[in-house]
Design a protein around this ligand. Structure first.
Ligand code: ADP
Ligand code: MG
Length: 567
């Protein structure tokens, strides 16, 4: 403590670079503080520090670390508390640039594995970013003293040292419940579960928080299940959708997309009070949409698209400007390649000609002149041959009645099971349209990305950087992830950027692995060595990272405009 105070006095008024002198570890009353990285100037990316709280100062019960999930949910409580304490602090520290700023990579509505707070064997580690105070470009030692000796201690007091055991136990119980629901889903072959009482709509198009006064979810009788879960007397009831083909229908603006969105997000776990804390979906479910303009590199889209006008090969289809239908076909095939067991599709974000093709159109434009075999003719093949399920929102056409195993109608935000009615209607008005393109789907081979795909050189420097939540800069190439809808946290995007950098630096692509094998290896390292192992700062503040799924990592590689895939 004394030593840091002394150093700050010494460098006060000097040029900003002298701040580098304070890198190191300092012990405070209730924690030690390591200054890992010092920013180059007051306007640059902030400095990175870690606070180490020994277990004798904040007791961590062994029970909270008993399972992987419990550990993660305990870290989540602390990370949220630090975030909240920082939001409530009004910093009196003044100066140029980011002087006196303090931040933590606090969780959003989801509970993700992240680097912000880590439970280690004997201590709790909190990663913070701070702006070291300056006047112009000169060090302001006085304000820095305030930052280290007043602001940070008071943030710690209001968070880590104020979190009660009860708060942690509450979240640990939620962890157990989530594990139990997932277990029940696996045993019963359910791809999604939406608990009664869930609040699905969000506050607004730009807010992920629950809508106030929304109509709570109520399961249709036919799909109602009851799951006994720990730490709760009554079993949880709700709607379970079995693996297979599920069609969601209903009038416009009645809440179809809202339900699908909640299902999409159910691959992640949500925090208490979110309204979706008991909405869970097969973790391998992938939202598939049209995405015209995207890059596609040697993807076998031939189940859906054949004989293109210029005789382009659809067994290895490439385009740097894919159309609505070809991009959606590529998104399907790529999701399967990455290991998706469920696909989620919304009419709002689909290419119509990819989804349906009716009898009249079949007569006018004969099959020989239409390269597209619509999804409706392949959805059963995917289920029967590959065991891949689909949940589909389609309010505008009855073409999927035959294929669907279940039809759920949303009426005024509430679901009803209308399967038998839909089947009866399908019989009454039989299809005259022809099944196209054959039933079979066939296994696809996973592609091999070549080392030259990844090139982070920019001038004579290497640069891989996440820019916001939906863009990654790899050298001179910009990768756009705006339509990768299940990428939900900027820290996931940053983590993917770190993964790409790691793959390049360690020459992973030189090993000739298929994309599937590559994703397996990445997940194995994430499981065994953690997120930080993909950075150069394993034993420092590793940056603000959250764990991405393999599907979003694959989606990034798939959108690389410099991708080079082996023939
Ligand atoms: P659809 O896809 O059927 O056209 P949306 O899912 O887009 O309908 O929902 C239409 C509107 O209704 C949205 O503004 C949404 O926020 C709102 N909404 C959805 N579900 C509920 C609910 N349970 N309670 C209140 N409002 C809801
Ligand atoms: Mg909709």
């Amino acid at each position: 403590m004394k030593q840091l105070q002394k150093l700050l006095k010494q460098i006060d008024g000097k040029s900003y670079k002298a701040y580098k002198d304070i890198q190191g570890v300092y012990s405070f009353q209730t924690y030690s503080l390591s200054i890992d990285y010092v920013q180059g100037d007051p306007f640059a990316a902030p400095s990175k520090i870690r606070i180490h709280i020994p277990n004798r100062q904040r007791d961590i019960h062994a029970a909270w670390k008993k399972t992987k999930e419990r550990r993660l949910y305990t870290e989540d409580v602390f990370a949220r508390s630090v975030g909240k304490a920082i939001r409530k602090q009004s910093s009196s520290i003044k100066g140029s640039g980011k002087s006196g700023n303090i931040s933590v990579d606090a969780p959003g509505q989801e509970i993700l594995e992240r680097t912000a707070v880590q439970l280690k064997d004997n201590e709790l580690v909190v990663c913070l970013s701070i702006g070291l105070p300056a006047n112009g470009r000169r060090i302001n030692g006085k304000e820095a003293e305030k930052l280290f000796f007043q602001l940070i201690p008071s943030v710690m007091d209001a968070s880590v040292f104020s979190v009660t055991d009860a708060m942690i136990e509450d979240n640990v119980q939620l962890a157990d419940q989530h594990v139990a629901i997932r277990q029940a889903m696996k045993e019963n072959g359910w791809m999604t579960f939406v608990a009664d009482g869930s609040i699905l709509p969000r506050e607004s198009g730009i807010s992920n928080r629950p809508m106030k006064n929304a109509v709570p979810f109520e399961s249709p009788e036919e799909n109602r299940v009851s799951i006994p879960i720990p730490h709760r007397e009554e079993p949880l009831t709700g709607m379970a959708l079995k693996k297979g083909i599920v069609l969601i229908v209903g009038g416009g603006y009645h809440g179809k997309s809202t339900l699908l969105k909640a299902i999409e997000r159910g691959v992640y776990h949500h925090s208490k009070g979110d309204g979706r804390e008991y909405v869970m979906t097969d973790p391998t479910a992938v939202k598939v949409r049209a995405e015209d303009g995207r890059q596609v590199t040697r993807v076998d889209i031939s189940p859906f698209i054949n004989h293109l006008p210029h005789g382009e090969d659809t067994n290895q289809f490439s385009s740097d400007n894919a159309s609505g239908s070809t991009s959606q076909a590529a998104n399907v095939v790529e999701a399967l390649e990455a290991g998706a067991q469920s696909l989620l599709i919304d009419e709002d974000t689909s290419a119509t000609n990819f989804m349906i093709r009716d009898e009249r159109m079949q007569e006018l434009v004969v099959k020989e002149k239409e390269p597209i075999t619509p999804f409706v003719d392949k959805v059963k093949g995917m289920r029967d041959e590959l065991g891949v399920s689909t949940i589909l929102v389609m309010g505008g056409s009855g073409d999927y009645f035959e294929a669907a195993d279940e039809v759920i109608m949303i009426d005024q935000y509430l679901p009803y099971n209308v399967t038998s009615k839909a089947k009866e209607i399908a019989e009454r008005y039989p299809f005259h349209r022809e099944q196209e393109g054959g039933n079979e789907f066939g296994q696809r081979k996973s592609r091999v990305f070549q080392p030259q795909s990844l090139n982070s050189q920019r001038g004579n420097k290497s640069k891989v950087q996440a820019k916001g939540s939906a863009t990654i800069l790899l050298g001179r190439t910009e990768i756009s992830l705006h339509y990768v809808e299940q990428l939900i946290d900027t820290s996931q995007t940053r983590a993917i950027a770190e993964v790409l950098k790691h793959l390049e630096q360690k020459g992973w692509l030189k090993r000739g692995m298929s994309l599937t094998e590559l994703l397996d290896q990445i997940e194995e390292q994430l499981d065994n060595q953690g997120l930080a192992s993909f950075t150069g700062f394993k034993n420092q503040h590793p940056g603000d990272l959250a764990r991405p799924r393999r599907f979003e990592i694959a989606a990034t590689l798939n959108r690389l405009r410099t991708a080079n895939v082996k023939q």
